[in-house]
Design a protein. Structure first.
Length: 705
């Protein structure tokens, strides 16, 4: 079988996990946004406790997920629920996942994915963390409904909806589980289909949501029963009849549910939800209990309601915010009570969230609002004043209500969030990648956090105390003359410019200037001329061996080196392409400045006069790079969701697992080179921040100075 580009990338991802690495910690910040019907619950390790799988990918009503994510909500040894692992699929998910449950076997997660605009495959996944166990080619796939032995031949089949194109009608189909080959396609288009044992023979039946509605034998494909009124647009199967006889629920409209029993087939009850239904699932409120129907409602009700399908009465209702996108239920913490897991999605101005509520006590066992990255704006320093190290992280707010940036302080060793402050730069920001730096601006023991962002599209720089997160000074909207210009500054650095022994703040503005602010009070010390060109700039600050403060700033294809004390332009040079990132390292004759352009070519320059001394081709799509040796013979680059080690010959090796589509955006992250060939990396992406110790056999093949 020939793999498409998407599956070739998936294989590469699986190979990448074999590269030696140590994940010290991962802090998941944006993984919990659930796609429509995107929560399934099962026991993935056969330990008697369920896990909730939350998928974030393309759905038909509401799409936002820059990485195709699957997050696992699980309990630790103490029973506390949290997101324990995340897998990033390099291909786009198509519709919701399903759980394949078999007695005495761990449950499998079945995920349909796109491999091209016209092709699809089914991924069979299992384990913790989730891994791809099997891929099945499934042409014309629209949605996977179930894995089941439909025709009673002892072998499972895939029940699915297929079509000739994304916008074409869908047809109930039976596919071979081993090969994906089509075994049967209904001649009648349908909105939905469910599978169950609805009669006395060995074969299962397919209930088809069409007009008329149909019940079809899984072996003979004969129509066993039809219903002239049709079954609407959605179906659920469960033990809904008297004595827990199998039945099904049909949704003729978005705010009406009809319950049908089997043998004889007949409608037996009707449910009227409080408002239009966005998602629905069959759940059990107690382990081993009867099947109930849980529905999530859209704005106007913003609730999850659980109904008794036999009587139509309401058994449980919880009110929340915004549309409910997905629902699942199971005993996630092993306490013998069921957790109701649901995801809300922002359509009316708040934020997406994931929640788990104990149905026995009504206590909230897990809740997190979903922030959206990038989470790459981070810096490390002594923010406690104790001689240790912590990490300052900027958390973007909701992309709808735009409450501004939050700043969090993370424990360097565990990644735990120690403290946070919301809206630190103001009530709004443009969504462009903000900048953060850590340094000593005053006379106290702890270092300060400096943030460069914008508020209502006016640039702002804020200095806050690292321990208390109290604001010390601010330059931005309302400041006379708008010294920082508009939009988020493209560069930020700390260096002592006025020789008072404390760091000052150097900002690269969106309009191509350098602005130096006094670190003690934010007063403007110097503003450069506007550099030529229109492309965004990048900036780095450093000290020469003689102690002179320098700044190198890019603008378009130009690199400019300024002496910040004398305000003089020391050197300038043009490179081949528009510069997207700059980095400085080393000292004396070994001092180097590297500039990466939009074509992912890095040029190395001496720090004294910007003379070019080398060139390095980075992986296509690189948005982050750091040196791994003093001479620049090896570079660490982030591209297409992975970290790569790049050798002097230009060959690149993946040295991380998938980390997120926009890992290291804005060329922001922390890389420290340690002993024994280890690179200590702290880096963020669109959904997480991770600390990794990368260890590669090739890392120092050319030596390390």
């Amino acid at each position: 079988m020939t793999l498409g580009k998407g599956m070739a990338a998936l294989v590469a991802a699986m190979v990448a996990t074999a590269v030696p690495e140590v994940h010290a910690w991962e802090q998941y910040l944006g993984t919990q946004r659930a796609s429509l019907d995107g929560i399934v619950v099962g026991d993935l390790d056969l330990n008697g406790k369920a896990e909730a799988v939350v998928t974030c990918g393309r759905d038909s009503q509401y799409s936002y997920c820059s990485s195709n994510l699957m997050a696992l909500l699980d309990a630790d040894s103490t029973g506390r629920l949290d997101v324990r692992s995340v897998i990033m699929l390099p291909v786009t998910t198509m519709g919701p996942p399903i759980i394949w449950s078999r007695p005495a076997y761990v449950d499998r997660v079945i995920v349909p994915v796109e491999t091209s605009t016209a092709d699809a495959q089914v991924l069979v996944m299992g384990g913790i963390p989730l891994q791809v166990l099997k891929t099945i080619p499934t042409p014309m796939l629209q949605r996977v409904i179930a894995i089941a032995d439909v025709d009673a031949d002892g072998e499972p089949e895939i029940v699915a909806l297929t079509s000739q194109g994304r916008w074409s009608p869908s047809y109930p189909s039976i596919l071979d589980y081993q090969t994906g080959a089509v075994k049967w396609v209904s001649p009648t288009a349908a909105n939905d289909v469910v599978v169950g044992q609805f009669d006395a023979d060995a074969a299962l039946e397919l209930v088809v949501a069409s007009t008329p509605g149909q019940v079809i034998d899984g072996a003979t494909h004969a129509v066993e029963w039809s219903y002239a009124g049709g079954f609407g647009y959605r179906l659920l199967a469960g033990r809904f009849g008297a004595g827990e006889k199998m039945g099904f629920a049909a949704f003729p409209t978005s705010n009406r549910i009809q319950i049908f029993q089997s043998q004889p087939y007949s409608p037996i009850s009707e449910i009227v939800p409080p408002s239009s239904v966005t998602t629905a699932a069959v759940i059990r409120m107690t382990p081993g209990g009867a099947d109930q129907i849980a529905v999530g409602n859209e704005y106007g009700s913003n609730s999850v309601t659980i109904f008794d399908p036999r009587s139509g009465t309401t058994l449980y209702k919880i009110n929340d915010r915004d549309d409910i996108a997905a629902i699942g239920a199971g005993d996630l913490d092993g306490d013998g009570r069921i957790e109701l897991v649901y995801g809300g999605r922002s359509l009316t101005g708040s934020v997406d969230y994931l929640k788990a509520v104990d149905l026995g006590s009504s206590a909230t066992d897990y809740f997190r609002e979903v922030a959206y990255g990038p989470f790459s704006s981070l810096a490390r320093g002594d923010l406690e004043g104790s001689g240790g190290r912590q990490i300052a992280l900027l958390n973007p707010g909701s992309r709808y209500s735009s409450p501004g940036l939050a700043v969090s302080v993370l424990d360097n060793d565990t990644g735990a969030i120690l403290r946070s402050r919301a809206s630190v730069t103001g009530d709004s920001y443009s969504g462009r990648s903000p900048r953060v730096a850590v340094g000593q601006l005053d006379a106290d023991a702890q270092e300060e956090i400096v943030i460069a962002s914008d508020e209502y599209y006016d640039a702002v720089v804020v200095a806050i105390d690292g321990r208390t997160l109290a604001e010390q000074w601010r330059v931005g909207p309302g400041t006379s003359g708008r010294p920082l210009g508009s939009y988020t500054p493209n560069g930020l650095g700390l260096v002592d410019v006025d020789a008072d022994g404390k760091a000052d703040v150097v900002v690269g503005t969106d309009d191509g200037r350098i602005v130096v602010l006094n670190g003690r009070n934010g007063a403007v010390l110097w503003t450069s001329i506007t550099l030529p060109g229109y492309q965004p700039s990048a900036l780095e600050v450093f000290r020469t061996e003689a102690g002179s403060p320098r700044a190198v700033v890019s603008r378009g294809t130009g690199l400019y080196l300024f002496d910040l004390a004398s305000h003089l332009l020391v050197a300038s040079v043009n490179v081949a392409g528009n510069v997207s990132a700059v980095r400085q390292w080393g000292g004396g004759a070994a001092c180097r400045i590297a500039a990466m352009d939009e074509a992912a070519v890095a040029t190395l320059h001496r720090c004294d006069a910007l003379a070019m001394v080398g060139q390095q081709l980075l992986p296509e799509g690189s948005i982050f790079f750091r040196p791994l040796d003093a001479g620049g013979n090896h570079l660490l680059a982030a591209a297409n969701g992975y970290l790569h080690e790049v050798g002097g010959d230009g060959r690149a090796a993946i040295v991380s697992k998938p980390l997120g589509r926009i890992v290291g955006t804005g060329n922001q992250g922390i890389v420290d080179i340690g002993p024994a060939g280890r690179a200590d990396v702290v880096i963020g992406s669109d959904y997480m921040v991770t600390r990794i110790q990368v260890m590669s056999d090739k890392l120092f093949a050319d030596g390390f100075d």
